[in-house]
Design a protein around this ligand. Structure first.
Ligand SMILES: Cc1cc2nc3c(=O)[nH]c(=O)nc-3n(C[C@H](O)[C@H](O)[C@H](O)COP(=O)(O)OP(=O)(O)OC[C@H]3O[C@@H](n4cnc5c(N)ncnc54)[C@H](O)[C@@H]3O)c2cc1C
Length: 630
């Protein structure tokens, strides 16, 4: 049973001395990664044994964000233990797979366990690392690959609550927790295996005006007269903002939807901080964080803050007696003879057909970015585009609402995009802050001012891909490579996987990059950018504070792809979240909030900017409205 060089007694002895108990060690090494020293950087490549060698194997595989390190113990033909040792996956998404997949592998003695729905990439990475461990131990992965399926028992189930919520994403969790606190009974239906929807993917900042937190913070009074100081100040700022599009401004700058948003985001932040959801310290700290006055959910921007807040809300819902039906897809609304919505039908992956009845139904099922048919219908200009977002955003709630007479609005508008890496579609939306550089097209020409109005510049770049030669590259220097991994502005180290995944490539000189990638005009673009940087002037595209790119020691090039990620259209609602018909009348019993209603800003005629803030605010409003009416 034990292969050459290790006896059963030696193994047990070694395993007991846990600090030195790694009987064998070898890591899955992608071609591009070259690091040494710390556990994060181990480069040992174990030779495959001739026979079977039991022991604890530490292997790693690239997940969504970075390497996932896994320890797998194999003993007498069985996987006796499996644990993710470290990971940097998105909190609120990948962590669920890191916790669940190892347990499932040990329980089933198989790496062919189902992915956790909602975090498939991480699930598959953990399985790859365990497969590697099996091979390193001299076993055949085929012997650990029996397919494990969820048991399906077709049956009818029913349940009743005051409020049925479709979707346990941003809105569902906020509204659910709020309603439970107010004493209502709540059932949430969630089609994935994990909560959160798009929440954990957001940067975790919340634009707030005039909240209690600010009053406590603002000892100098500096914020009082700024747009942070009050809803009035904030709305005055937006009323005069160039993003307000007169063509869509049906309320003549009154902006009722955004006003309601700002009247409530402050309440959300005060509610969050009051119950223990942390935020980063506000302000600017010398040599430290520079996050300003926007509250970022702790531990920080793109650092898992939104994920932790999300998991906090989910636990609060469970703790207050709320029920969440995971792996269960809502399929249609139930109405009575008067057209009042009285419940939801849903189908679970375990075979249960649910009939859920309630006094109110809240649609909180997100947008329709991943529904190609709906994109074609409502955004023909974007037909066939890839949307880099949660795959569960398939417009189910919109279709259910339309089926009972709801009205769809704000479709066909310009869609924003953010920058992703080309190969793995890894989101790098704020790279122009953390890793200052320039974006060039396939001819090496500077694409323009990517800092101001970034999301719409990215969208324009994507739509003009062909005329730009079919590819874009992000160009930066060693200094930017340093700040990429520790950026004071937001405290992020989120994009270091561009190096670990081997997508950012260092060329010895600009000339080498030009030759290898065909970026003919790259040197001229860098020269023009550097001239503006040294002069302290805006470049030809109006970009201020251009980053000087030092190429003496070579240049970093990252192939990038601007990706769309959301839609602006959705169900019409009033500012209290009642779902509206085309004639403006409400559908009794039916409420909706978040991406299922499209962009709150677009309803007021402003270009889409912040869906997360709107979802938090309108989830909160939905809780208040339903509590008052049910
Ligand atoms: C990649 C990405 C990054 C983003 N970054 C930012 C940002 O930095 N700042 C910002 O302001 N906004 C950002 N947004 C937008 C913001 O995240 C969303 O506007 C907001 O989270 C939407 O919340 P929601 O509750 O409406 O939808 P979601 O959070 O998407 O939740 C919808 C939930 O409904 C579930 N569901 C769907 N259909 C069904 C069904 N039939 N039955 C049961 N459950 C169902 C889904 O699985 C999901 O859990 C981002 C969005 C994406 C996609």
């Amino acid at each position: 049973m034990f292969g050459k060089g290790i006896s059963r007694r030696d193994f047990i002895k070694g395993a007991a001395a846990s600090a030195v108990g790694i009987a064998a060690l070898g890591l899955v090494e992608p071609a591009a990664a070259k690091a040494e020293g710390t556990p994060q950087e181990i480069t040992t490549t174990a030779e495959r044994p001739a026979g079977k060698v039991d022991g604890k194997y530490v292997t790693r595989a690239i997940g969504h964000e970075s390497y996932i390190y896994v320890a797998t113990t194999i003993f007498e033909g069985k996987i006796t233990a499996c644990q993710v040792l470290s990971h940097e996956e998105t909190m609120g998404i990948g962590n669920y797979a890191c916790a669940r997949i190892p347990k499932a592998i040990v329980a089933n003695q198989s790496i062919n366990v189902p992915n956790v729905r909602g975090c498939s990439i991480t699930s598959m990475a953990v399985k790859r690392a365990v497969k590697e461990a099996i091979e390193q131990a001299g076993y055949d992965p085929a012997d650990f690959s029996a397919e494990v399926k969820t048991e399906v028992v077709e049956r009818e189930e029913s349940a009743e609550a005051d409020v049925i919520i479709v979707g346990a994403g941003t809105v569902g969790l906020v509204a659910g927790a709020r309603l439970l606190e107010k004493g209502k009974s709540v059932i949430l239906i969630e089609k994935r295996d994990i909560p959160g929807g798009s929440m954990a993917m957001t940067y975790g900042g919340v634009a707030v005006a005039g909240c209690e937190l600010y009053k406590k913070y603002d000892v100098t009074g500096a914020l009082t007269n700024s747009y942070y100081g009050s809803v009035e100040n904030m709305m005055e700022f937006w009323r005069n903002h160039p993003f307000l599009n007169p063509e869509y401004d049906r309320f003549d700058k009154a902006m009722p939807y955004m006003t309601a948003q700002y009247e409530n985001t402050g309440k959300v932040i005060d509610w969050f901080t009051g119950m223990g959801i942390g935020i980063n310290p506000l302000g600017y700290y010398e040599g430290g964080l520079q996050t300003g006055y926007t509250p970022y959910l702790a531990p920080g921007c793109y650092e898992g803050g939104a994920g932790y807040a999300m998991m906090f809300l989910e636990q609060r819902i469970q703790g207050l007696g709320g029920k969440i039906l995971y792996g269960t897809e809502a399929t249609e609304l139930i109405t009575d003879a008067n057209g009042k919505v009285t419940g939801v039908k849903a189908k679970a992956g375990d075979g249960a057909s649910w009939t859920l009845t309630g006094k109110a139904v809240l649609l909180a099922s997100g947008g329709f970015m991943r529904n190609a048919e709906m994109i074609k219908q409502y955004y023909p200009e974007y037909e066939g585009q890839f949307f880099n977002c949660a795959s569960a955003s398939t417009g189910d709630g919109i279709k259910m609402g339309l089926a009972v007479g709801a009205y769809m609005e704000c479709t066909g508008r310009a869609l924003p995009a953010y920058l992703s890496t080309d190969a793995s579609k890894f989101e790098i939306a704020l790279i122009h802050h953390s890793t200052p550089g320039i974006m060039v097209n396939a001819r090496g020409e500077n694409f323009g001012n990517i800092v101001s109005d970034n999301h719409y510049k990215m969208a324009a770049a994507k739509l003009a891909l062909e005329e730009n030669g079919g590819a874009y590259y992000y160009v930066f220097d060693d200094a930017a490579a340093c700040t990429n991994s520790d950026f004071d502005g937001y405290g992020m180290n989120t994009y270091k996987a561009i190096f670990e995944k081997g997508e950012a490539v260092k060329y010895g000189s600009v000339a080498e990059a030009v030759e290898k990638l065909g970026l003919t005009n790259l040197q001229a673009s860098i020269d023009a950018n550097n001239a503006a940087a040294l002069a302290g002037e805006a470049d030809a595209f109006g970009r201020k504070n251009c980053p000087y790119i030092e190429t003496r020691n070579g240049v970093w090039i990252l192939k990038v792809d601007p990706t769309f990620y959301l839609t602006t259209g959705g169900l019409a609602i009033d500012t209290a979240t009642h779902v509206l018909k085309e004639d403006g009348s409400t559908i009794p019993g039916l409420y909706a909030a978040g991406d299922v209603t499209g962009s709150i800003e677009e309803k007021d005629g402003k270009k889409y900017g912040m869906g997360f803030d709107a979802a938090l605010a309108y989830g909160y409003i939905a809780g208040e409205t339903i509590d008052a009416e049910v």
